[in-house]
Design a protein around this ligand. Structure first.
Ligand SMILES: [Zn+2]
Length: 251
């Protein structure tokens, strides 16, 4: 039973991520807020980053062996796949630092194709982690605890909370927000970014009861402020991560 449920979770598209269009939305918002010099350097890979590379951890998860070995460089560190934060601080720092270092190294040699692929995995890591449906991931990805605390009303017993919550987000941009480098060294930058990701997840946790009530009611209007806040926060963290790597790669 548990095993078949796990297989179901792994095979249902979108069950382990923001729905694809939301990844694109957040990635575009982050990229649009970057300094002109950086947008210029990435212009040839802009569309690939927004529509494909930012889905890399999901694609990697389901990839054929040949594709998997090609993508491994961008999607793994120390023999483990990079996806959502794990809440093991040392592991999460390692993932962030690995991506920042390799992104900066590619920027330094103007290897935009390589840079954009590291940037894609970095986007997905931040976006999935700060998605409200992932507030209890990895220990409770389907939000089973929320069903215990707040049992579904009659007729809603089959609701897939995770899937319903992550389905969409209102469109947004970061307006005049100016992205800032997150720290003077890779270790400091990774720690600052990780603390901000953890903080965003705690905000998502605080909103879960309200969000689950809205999900049971099928009330998109009540779900959207939570999604919008999470997506905007994720985009801001991502933009700062990109500027951090750019700063390291051009100094
Ligand atoms: Zn994902």
């Amino acid at each position: 039973m548990l095993r078949s449920f796990a297989i179901l979770l792994l095979t249902v598209p979108g069950a382990i991520a923001w729905h694809d269009p939301v990844h694109e939305l957040i990635t575009r918002a982050a990229m649009q807020s970057l300094p002109a010099e950086m947008r210029q350097q990435w212009s040839t890979e802009y569309e690939s980053l927004a529509t494909r590379y930012c889905l890399y951890p999901d694609i990697y998860h389901n990839a054929e062996p040949a594709e998997k070995s090609r993508m491994k460089l961008y999607c793994e560190v120390s023999g483990r796949a990079i996806h959502n934060v794990t809440w093991k601080r040392a592991e999460d720092l390692e993932s962030l630092e690995y991506l920042l270092r390799n992104l900066a190294a590619a920027i330094q040699v103007h290897d935009t194709i390589n840079a954009a692929q590291y940037a894609g995995t970095l986007a997905h890591l931040i976006e999935d982690s700060t998605c409200p449906a992932h507030a209890l991931t990895p220990s409770d990805s389907p939000l089973a605890m929320m069903r215990e605390l707040l049992p579904p009303p009659p007729g809603k017993e089959d609701v897939k909370l995770h899937t319903v919550i992550e389905r969409s987000s209102p469109t947004f941009d970061l307006g005049k927000r100016v992205p800032q480098a997150a720290g003077a060294t890779y270790a400091l930058a990774a720690a600052t970014l990780l603390d901000r990701i953890y903080a965003a997840i705690r905000v998502n946790r605080a909103g879960l009861i309200e969000l689950v009530r809205a999900a049971y009611a099928g009330d998109q209007e009540a779900m959207d402020p939570h999604r919008l806040k999470a997506a905007t926060t994720g985009a801001g963290i991502l933009a700062d991560a990109y500027v951090t790597a750019f700063t390291f790669g051009t100094r």
